[in-house]
Design a protein around this ligand. Structure first.
Ligand code: AMP
Length: 585
């Protein structure tokens, strides 16, 4: 049996037996961990499931932080975990750059390798010829820091890339050598990934990154560096500023000397005024793009579609530093229809209902109901017990007995200046409507973040926008009418409470869009990376409020626009075009 087939068989087996596997998993976790200092407080050494459900509290990061810090500071693992902790995953999650440490060990990396292999097998079922080609995958690592206990701490993906699971991977399908993947310096590694990918352009069958944001960043980097990349290919000499020696040597070997013809072909494509479809033009045999494009990453879908001529955009998996969750078993579905089937061997999962009026109790994985929304609780092997992930998911169906979930939003990401609460999902939807309006004036929305400004009376929402011309090096010309229309479209998309407060009671001021200079969101990312975030796992925070972050944004503001009328109250979400709805109201 081929590895692909055996992975697909695993998928069937795991999802058919989800209930039993989850029960066994909890039993095993409790058996191994019942005598940890943490669980003893609640279970007194018992590993009984009922007692676990009754006594172990639901916790957030701040509750478990003191325990995790004790292990990081040198106390034995069994404060929280029956198995040795060997690594701390640093996560910035989507919490606006606040770093969290999660205890883990090699099992997490094994799970990640398994999930990735499963995703490849599923994609291969739908797209032929993948195994014969190569993947240009933008990934890099962060330097490891060491905790006082001598354990390594870095983002989860860095840990994975440095682990034996990655080193001994069965297939070497990436265009970049390991030296580039392991390079710490973001700019050098991005340049080298692109150089290797361009040199091997004929063999590339897919382009990939963990999150869609990184792919957009890669294309923007290509826009500013293609001349230099072509010069490197032409001369066979890697630019002198690539000072990471192992990176340099391995890339020089791939470059393999001068290649005038290839440099000319690439230059001919890049010199075009429009970069629409640049990905398919530079990599003519590419079949799909793979990166997480749901949740807040959905804002990058239109940009990637533009650059790739609407190649299939596959959002393969759902995971976090705390635990891995599931895979997309229907990889060719539309980005907005993506659901993730949970894999029951990853952790023990429970679900807290979040729908209004749903007073059901916390339920097990196989007991969630289609159409209902839940927050996930994770109980893993490394010291998290009934940990609130803060991600809200909706059940869209089942694959065998394992549920499929649509990622809805982060729980705590809200804008609010009065009694309204505008969620991550509301924001992403509203901004996607406005980005259609902006597209009609030849611009693309490259990034956004929001802020509840309560320094004005009444308070109002501020949205920072970075825009870019659809033409390469085109100037961003802001049309006042279009920008004001965008402000109005965003407000119209918000819920009735927002619209009422804004409309009738004048309790919310006019929404403001502040356009920032190009490159602002890169500076923002650099700021978060300087604070320890990982570029591979980076997600621009949807809402910001720290004074440092706001000052980075404020320095780059080039124009401000306000909505010029309160949103209509009768607006309903529907499938009618935005402009039409706006005019009719
Ligand atoms: P981190 O631990 O820094 O990698 O961040 C994990 C968080 O990223 C999760 O808790 C989610 O909020 C988000 N995330 C991960 N995978 C997905 C996905 N497939 N769709 C939407 N959001 C995701």
């Amino acid at each position: 049996m081929t590895t692909l087939n055996s992975k697909l068989m695993d998928l069937e087996e795991l999802t058919l037996n989800a209930k039993q596997i989850q029960d066994d998993m909890l039993e095993e976790i409790l058996r191994v961990n019942a005598n940890t200092e943490y669980l003893r407080r609640f279970l007194h050494g018992s590993s009984d499931k009922k007692l676990f459900q009754k006594n172990v509290p639901l916790v957030s990061y701040e509750d478990v932080k003191p325990y995790i810090e004790r292990v990081a500071n040198g106390e034995p693992s069994h404060v929280i975990s029956g198995e040795p902790i060997t690594y701390f995953s640093l996560s910035s999650g989507t919490s606006g750059g606040k770093l969290k440490f999660f205890p883990t060990n090699n099992k997490y990396f094994e799970n990640l390798a398994f999930i990735q292999a499963l995703c490849s097998a599923i994609i291969s079922k739908y797209i032929d010829g993948i195994k014969e080609g190569k993947v240009i995958k933008f990934m890099n690592t962060r330097p490891l820091s060491t905790t006082p206990s001598g354990l390594h701490a870095a983002p989860a993906f860095t840990g994975f890339l440095r682990s034996d699971c990655f080193k001994n991977r069965p297939s070497k399908c990436y265009t970049s050598p390991d030296e580039v993947i392991l390079c710490f310096e973001d700019k050098q590694s991005m340049f080298c990934h692109l150089l290797c990918g361009l040199v091997q352009r004929a063999t590339v069958v897919s382009m990939s990154a963990i999150f869609a944001f990184t792919l957009v960043q890669a294309i923007r980097f290509l826009e500013t560096h293609w001349k230099e990349l072509c010069a490197n290919i032409r001369s066979g000499h890697v630019s002198d500023w690539i000072t990471d020696l192992s990176c340099r040597e391995s890339v020089s070997a791939i470059l393999g000397g001068t290649n005038l013809e290839l440099a000319d072909v690439i230059e001919k494509e890049c010199i075009h005024k429009s970069w629409e479809g640049i990905i398919t033009r530079l990599w003519p045999n590419i079949k799909f793009i793979e990166s997480i494009s749901t949740g807040q990453m959905s804002q990058y879908v239109p940009i990637l579609e533009f650059y790739s001529n609407k190649l299939p955009l596959i959002s393969p998996l759902y995971g976090a530093s705390e635990a891995l969750f599931g895979v997309n078993v229907d990889p060719l579905c539309n980005p907005q229809d993506v659901s993730y089937t949970f894999i029951p061997t990853m952790s023990y999962f429970e679900f807290v209902p979040v729908d209004e009026g749903n007073n059901d109790e916390i339920v097990d994985l196989v007991d969630v109901k289609r159409g209902c929304s839940y927050e996930i609780l994770v109980t893993n092997r490394f010291g998290l017990y009934r940990y609130r992930m803060g991600d809200i998911l909706e059940v869209t169906g089942f694959y065998n007995s394992a549920p499929k979930f649509r990622f809805v939003r982060r729980k705590n990401v809200v804008l609010s200046v009065h009694v309204e609460a505008t969620t991550e999902e509301d924001l992403v939807k509203a901004l996607s409507r406005a980005s259609h309006v902006i597209e009609s004036s030849g611009l693309m929305l490259m990034g956004f973040t929001c802020y509840s400004d309560v320094s004005t009376v009444p308070g109002h929402y501020v949205i920072y926008w970075e825009l870019k011309s659809r033409k390469t090096n085109g100037i961003v010309q802001l049309d006042n009418k279009v920008m004001v229309e965008c402000c109005c479209v965003v407000e119209e998309s918000f819920d009735i409470i927002y619209r009422r407060l804004r409309n009738r009671y004048d309790s919310i001021g006019a929404l403001e869009i502040r356009v920032v200079d190009q490159g602002t969101f890169d500076s923002l990312m650099e700021y978060f990376i300087s604070k320890g975030a990982s570029s591979s796992q980076y997600k621009t925070p949807l809402c910001v409020n720290s004074p440092e972050v706001l000052s980075i944004l404020e320095e780059k503001v080039v124009a401000r626009f306000f909505s010029d009328k309160p949103p209509p109250l009768g607006y309903k979400h529907g499938n009618i075009g935005i402009t039409m709805m706006h005019k009719n109201n």
